[in-house]
Ligand binder design. Sequence first.
Ligand code: SF4
Length: 465
Amino acid sequence: MDFSENIYDKHPVYSLSSVLKRDQHEVKYLSFKSNEASKKYFEIFKPELVLYSCFSSEVFMAVRFDRELKKEFQFHSIIGGPGPTFDRKEINSSTIDAIGVGEGEIALIEYINSGFLPNPNIILKNSHTDKSKYYPLAKLDDLPFPDRSVMYDEDIFLREMPSKQFMAGRGCPYHCTYCHNHIIMDEFKEAGPIFRYKSVDYLIREIADVKARYPLQNIVFQDDVFILDKKWLREFCDKFPQIINLPFTCNIRANLINDEIVQLLKESGCVGVSWSIESGNDYLRNKILFRNMSRRVITTAAEMLNRHGIRHRTGNIVGIPGETFEQMLETLELNIEIKPYLAMAYTFVPFPGLALTEYAIKNGHLKPEEIEFIPRTFFKRSVLKFDEALKDKISKLSLLFPLLVKFPALYRIKPIFSTLMTLPLPVLKWVYHWTNIFYTSRMFKVKIANEQKFRGLIRYLQSGM
Ligand code: SF4
């Protein structure tokens, strides 16, 4: 069960469902709507075990839900996902029985088969993990194909979407301070190589299987960085167009591309890439965010992508601890200079455990107790110690960012920029949503029926993004 709106495919759910079904367990997926609706569902299916899949900001919803439902139903519950893996305070005093730490496929089967006995990756509340005892990280080719039917049977919108998300592998070897990967690497370094790909043949068979069963016109590879292993990428770019032959998008890192890689991507059907700049200020980008990426690498990467006709979307952060408004504008200006198809800017959210969160606390930008009030989305007001006027500007700049990069005159003509920055937040949210929806859908170059577009729009807005 999960608590976020289903806009995209949910790989952890698919993967856990596939190993559970392989072991002959009956699996049902429930997306939270209300306690009452969930109770009806529980009355019919009487689940023995409930799995909550959560980000940090959703843990409180699972805690509340579990407490409420256990007043009327008897079931065992486990909470897992990036939130519970790194922050267990709220769970320790809840009615949830156990916490899944890290990857769950091997541990979950062990847990069930042992009659709910804790193991290295599924621990009881208020107990501790031992880094040296975690199960080895899964070899991805040994896992069954992710089971999409568990959600698609319940969710027509996801099933009928012509654009579907896939994962070619897991993990990322970089140490950006605002991203969970550095914590994962430290926590699970003894459990085997963190960064793993599926073999190209496995991945292509998996996609072919989905293509045979469901509508599929466009593929989104959601791996943190799709192009890390050049040998793997060359094999993929050779086989993918011959067997699947669909347009795709993926995530890249500017320091990993060159003309050969961009050409390969283009020829194999890549129509768009997403990549991160994060800050236009060299000091913030490299010394605070640990991006290790020069301005020249960024501008060269953008030039190559533009020259080869691959549309690209950049990710950026505003409201970095200690950042001034002028430094945020440097980020805007760098984005304007490199001409991405779409540029996004998110307010920094200090999730527990991040190196950047620790930095913010150590340098007086955040009180530890304020982590309790983490906003649910990256567009909420910054919780760092900026003055209130600057917090306003951070929120407004993040919402205007895509529009200003797309139409730089709106920024360069200062009276227009100043006027835009005085608009109320609800208006700017609409500006943001329409810019994002319009250019994202065009970036994927996929034809979607009007009815499906409308449903997608409603779901996107309901997600509170
Ligand atoms: S490159 Fe991306 S996924 Fe990898 S650590 Fe940095 S932000 Fe995270």
